[in-house]
Design a protein around this ligand. Structure first.
Ligand SMILES: [Zn+2]
Length: 286
C-alpha cells in the first residue's frame, strides 16, 4: 500500500526511509508493516477528572495499560511503550507509593515478557522501542530492552530529567535512565516505512503518538496519553493531567485530523472501554 504522510505544515523528516516527495511535507511510501498486536500490561485506577478535565472528581475509573508490538515485513520487531515494571511483581517497594497505589490489577500474565511470548517474541528480538513519553506507566519495562534502540522526542528526554515540580511524581528516572542507545527526535518523523511518530505535546512537552499503516490500508493511531478516552474527542475536551492544557487541545485536534485524513482509527491507550473495541494479543491487526 502507498500512502501520503502529511505532517501539518512541518516538512516530514525521515532519517532512514526513502519515499517520493509529492509536495510540501508530503511523502509517498510503501508500508512495510506486517502486523500490530496490543499487549495488555495491567490496570490503573484513575480519577475521572484525570480522563476528562474537571469532570466528576472523586469518581474512580479502571483503565488499561498497554504496549503495541509491531512486526515488520522483514521480521523486525518494534515496541511502542513498555508499560509497568515487572520488578514490581517481586518487590512492592520498587515503585514510589503514589504510583504503586494506582495499580489495581497487575499479574505475572501482564509481565511484558509473557505478553511477548504470546506473540512468539522475546525481549531480545525487539530492536526498537518508541516511548510515547517517559512517565512510569509507559517506560516501566524499558530496562528489559537494554540492547534496543530507543526513539524518544528530544524535548521529552530533556524535560524528564528536570520536570516542573507539579508533574515530577510521574517520572521515575531509574525506569527511563537505563543507559541504552537513544535517538532524540526533533519532531515528527517517519521512523520506518509505514510507521510515523507524530508529536502530540500537552500531556508532557515532548509527548508523541504513533501512526501505523497496516497492509490492509487501515491506519492505527496509537494516541499514548494525548487522549485518555473517546470523550476527549468531540468537541476536544482535554484530559485533566496535562502539563499544558492548550497544547493538549491542539494535539487532540491534530490526532482527529490525522485519523479523518487517513481514514484511520484511534487506539486510545488508557481508554477504560479499550478491550470492548480492540482485541488483545495474540490477536494481530494486519
Ligand atoms: Zn499513562
Amino acid at each position: 500500500m502507498r500512502f501520503i504522510a502529511v505532517a501539518g505544515g512541518e516538512p516530514l523528516r525521515s532519517a532512514d526511509v526513502e519515499g517520493d516527495h509529492v509536495g510540501d511535507g508530503e511523502i509517498m511510501i510503501d508500508t512495510e508493516v506486517k502486523s500490530v498486536s496490543l499487549l495488555p500490561l495491567g490496570m490503573l485506577t484513575l480519577d475521572q477528572s484525570v480522563l476528562t478535565h474537571r469532570q466528576f472528581p472523586g469518581q474512580k475509573v479502571d483503565c488499561p495499560v498497554i504496549a503495541a508490538f509491531i512486526e515488520m515485513a522483514d521480521g523486525e520487531h518494534i515496541l511502542f511503550d513498555t508499560g509497568l515494571p515487572p520488578a514490581f511483581l517481586e518487590d512492592d517497594d520498587f515503585l514510589p507509593a503514589n504510583q504503586a497505589n494506582t495499580i489495581c490489577g497487575y499479574t505475572v500474565e501482564d509481565d511484558i515478557r509473557n505478553r511477548l511470548r504470546a506473540v512468539g517474541a522475546m525481549p531480545a528480538d525487539v530492536k526498537i522501542v518508541v516511548n510515547s513519553h517517559f512517565h512510569w506507566d509507559h517506560s516501566g519495562a524499558n530496562y528489559l530492552f537494554p540492547h534496543a534502540r530507543f526513539l524518544v522526542q528530544e524535548k521529552e528526554y530533556r524535560f524528564a530529567r528536570q520536570p516542573d515540580a507539579f508533574i515530577n511524581p510521574a517520572y521515575t528516572p531509574k525506569l527511563f535512565d537505563i543507559g541504552a542507545e537513544t535517538r532524540l527526535m526533533p519532531g515528527d518523523e517517519v521512523i520506518k516505512p509505514g510507521i510515523l511518530a507524530i508529536t502530540t505535546p500537552g500531556h508532557t512537552p515532548g509527548h508523541q503518538s504513533l501512526m501505523i499503516m497496516l497492509p490492509s490500508e487501515r491506519a492505527m493511531i496509537l494516541t499514548g496519553d494525548a487522549m485518555m478516552c473517546p470523550a476527549n474527542l468531540d468537541p476536544a475536551l482535554p484530559p485533566g493531567n496535562a502539563h499544558t492544557t492548550e497544547q493538549a487541545v491542539a494535539s487532540i485536534q491534530r490526532l482527529k485530523a490525522l485519523a479523518d485524513f487517513h481514514d484511520g482509527e484511534l487506539v486510545i491507550c488508557h481508554d477504560p472501554a479499550l478491550w470492548d473495541k480492540w482485541k488483545p494479543a495474540p490477536h494481530v491487526y494486519a
